[in-house]
Design a protein around this ligand. Structure first.
Ligand SMILES: Cc1cc2nc3c(=O)[nH]c(=O)nc-3n(C[C@H](O)[C@H](O)[C@H](O)COP(=O)(O)O)c2cc1C
Length: 229
C-alpha cells in the first residue's frame, strides 16, 4: 500500500557507505562466500521453537530487497499455528501425490532422484515456522486505486534470496518447497486473487540426525558460471 506522495522524486545524500580498502574487501568477499557455502536446504527439522521476533527480522531483511520501481511486490505470511501447518501439509501432500504419481513427467522426476524427495512432507508440520511468499501482480495506493507492478518474478526472487540469507545468518535452516499447484494457499491464508503464492519456506533448527543429499554440495565451479570481459 503506497501513499501517492511516495511518487515524488527527492534526492538525499547516500545514507550508508561501506568504505573498505581493497584488501579488506577481498577478505570480506571471501568470508561471505565461506559463510554462504555453509547454507543447505534441510528437510529434517527439529520442533525446537524459534521466536517470532527472529522471523520478523528475517522478513524485514527480505523487505530491503531491490524491486522494479521500488513497488516491493511481495507479501509474506508466517505461520506457527499447528492447525494451519497441518492443513498446509495435508493439502501440499495431496498435490505432491499427484506430482510424484506422474503429473510431473518422467524427466522432472528423474531430475529429482538425486535429491531424494518424495510426496511425504513432515517438515511442513515439524518446522516451527512456515513462511509463504506471495507475489503481487498489482499494487494499490492507500486510496484503493490499482497500479501495475513491474519485474514481479525477478523482484520476489531477489527478496526470497535475501530471506534465505537472513535465515542462514540467524543460525537457522530453511527448505524452499514448491507444491505444484499452490493456489490452495490463497484461500487457506486469506490472500487476494491478485497475489500468486510462489513458495513455502520451512524455517527452523535442523534435527540432530538431519542429512542432506550429497549432490547438493556440488556447485558449479566459477569458470562455468562466470564470463569476464
Ligand atoms: C524454486 C525452488 C523450488 C524448490 N522446491 C523444492 C521442493 O519442492 N522440495 C524440496 O525438497 N526442495 C526444493 N528445493 C530445494 C532444492 O532441491 C535445493 O535448493 C537444491 O537441491 C540445492 O541444495 P541446496 O539448497 O542445499 O544448495 C527448491 C529450490 C528452489 C530454488
Amino acid at each position: 500500500m503506497f501513499a501517492r506522495d511516495h511518487l515524488k522524486y527527492a534526492a538525499i545524500p547516500l545514507p550508508d557507505r561501506h568504505d573498505m580498502s581493497a584488501a579488506q574487501m577481498q577478505v570480506t568477499a571471501k568470508t561471505f562466500h565461506d559463510f554462504m557455502r555453509t547454507r543447505h536446504s534441510v528437510r529434517d527439522f527439529s520442533d525446537r521453537a524459534v521466536s517470532r521476533g527472529v522471523i520478523e527480522d528475517c522478513i524485514r531483511a527480505a523487505g530491503t530487497a531491490p524491486s522494479g520501481a521500488n513497488h516491493q511486490p511481495w507479501h509474506f505470511v508466517a505461520i506457527s499455528n499447528p492447525d494451519y501447518k497441518r492443513r498446509i501439509r495435508d493439502a501440499a501432500e495431496e498435490e505432491e501425490r499427484r506430482f510424484y504419481a506422474g503429473g510431473a513427467g518422467d524427466e522432472w522426476l528423474k531430475a529429482l532422484e538425486p535429491i531424494g524427495t518424495s510426496d511425504q512432507k513432515p517438515h511442513l508440520e515439524i518446522a516451527p515456522w512456515l513462511i509463504v511468499v506471495f507475489a503481487q501482480r498489482y499494487g494499490q495506493f492507500d486510496d484503493g486505486e490499482r497500479f501495475k507492478n513491474y519485474y514481479v518474478p525477478e523482484s520476489v526472487g531477489i527478496a526470497t534470496g535475501f530471506l534465505l540469507a537472513a535465515v542462514h545468518h540467524a543460525g537457522l535452516v530453511a527448505l524452499t518447497h514448491t507444491p505444484n499447484p499452490m493456489k490452495f494457499l490463497n484461500s487457506f491464508l486469506a490472500r487476494p486473487a491478485s497475489e500468486k503464492p510462489t513458495m513455502i519456506i520451512a524455517v527452523g533448527h535442523p534435527s540432530p540426525d538431519a542429512v542432506v543429499p550429497a549432490v547438493a554440495k556440488i556447485k558449479k565451479p566459477l569458470q562455468e558460471i562466470l564470463t569476464v570481459f
